[in-house]
Ligand binder design. Structure first.
Ligand SMILES: CC(C)(COP(=O)(O)OP(=O)(O)OC[C@H]1O[C@@H](n2cnc3c(N)ncnc32)[C@H](O)[C@@H]1OP(=O)(O)O)[C@@H](O)C(=O)NCCC(=O)NCCS
Length: 194
C-alpha cells in the first residue's frame, strides 16, 4: 500500500521531499547509514556494521512484502538518491503479530532540529491510522535518547516497559531500552480477557 510523495518546507525554510523507499534506494540507504552511524550513538548499527546495498534490497523488500508496512525516505527535491532521513513501520511476520508494527527512524545530523523527524513520524502515523490492518505501532529507544523520547511522547507514544542494560556501547556504557507503543486501532480497543 503506497503513500504519495509530498514536498514539505522545514522550519528553517529548506525544502524536502518525503516519499516511499524502493529497492532502487538500496545503495543510497547504505551510504545514508554509513553517514548517519558515526553521529548517531543511539542507533544500534555501528559504522562497521552498515548493511551492503545487496543486504538493503532484502530489507526494503520486506516492507513491500508485509501489508501494513511503510518505509519513507526524505531527500532534497533535486537529489532523489541522496537520502537525509528515514522513517518506517514494519508489520510482524506471523499472523498473530500482523496488526503490530515496529517503528524505526533517523535524521542526518545536519538536518535535525528543523521539524523533519516530526513531519515524517506524523505522516507514518496518519498512514497507519488509515489502514484497517494496523492497530499498534511499537518501538524501542535507548533511555538517554531524550530528543527521540520527547518526540515520541509528543505524538502519543506511551512507555510500556524498560529492559535494563540492554545495549553495551563501544566505550562500555550500558543503556536501558525503553519500550513505547501507540495504539492506532479500533477505539475503544477490543476488550482483552484478563
Ligand atoms: C530523534 C530524531 C529522529 C528527531 O528528528 P528531528 O528532525 O531532529 O526532530 P524534529 O526537529 O522534528 O523535533 C521533533 C521533536 O523532537 C524533540 N527534540 C528534537 N531535538 C531535540 C533535542 N536536541 N533535545 C530535546 N528534544 C528534542 C522535541 O520534542 C521536538 O519537538 P518540536 O517539534 O516541538 O521542536 C533525530 O534527533 C535523530 O535522527 N537522532 C539520531 C537517530 C535516533 O536517535 N533515532 C531514533 C532511534 S529510537
Amino acid at each position: 500500500m503506497s503513500a504519495e510523495a509530498i514536498e514539505i518546507v522545514l522550519r528553517d525554510g529548506r525544502h524536502v521531499v518525503l516519499r516511499e523507499m524502493t529497492p532502487d534506494d538500496a545503495p543510497a540507504m547504505s551510504v545514508y547509514l554509513a553517514r548517519l552511524s558515526p553521529t548517531a550513538p543511539y542507533i544500534v548499527v555501528l559504522p562497521d556494521e552498515v548493511p551492503t546495498p545487496e543486504e538493503y534490497v532484502e530489507r526494503i523488500r520486506r516492507y513491500a512484502d508485509r501489508p501494513g508496512s511503510l518505509a519513507l525516505v526524505a531527500h532534497e527535491p533535486d537529489t532523489a538518491h541522496e537520502i537525509i532521513a528515514d522513517c518506517g513501520i514494519l508489520a510482524g511476520q506471523h499472523r498473530q503479530l500482523r496488526h503490530t508494527t515496529m517503528l524505526g527512524m533517523s535524521v542526518l545530523k545536519e538536518w535535525r532540529g528543523s521539524g523533519l523527524g516530526r513531519a515524517m513520524l506524523e505522516r507514518v502515523i496518519a498512514w497507519a491510522r488509515a489502514r484497517e490492518s494496523v492497530w499498534r505501532i511499537e518501538l524501542g529507544v535507548m533511555h538517554t535518547n531524550d530528543a527521540a523520547i520527547r518526540l515520541y511522547e509528543s505524538v502519543g507514544f506511551v512507555p510500556e516497559g524498560r529492559r535494563r542494560r540492554m545495549f553495551r556501547q563501544p566505550d562500555g556504557t550500558l543503556l536501558d531500552d525503553i519500550s513505547m507503543a501507540l495504539w492506532v486501532g479500533p477505539e475503544p480497543p477490543p476488550v482483552q480477557p484478563h
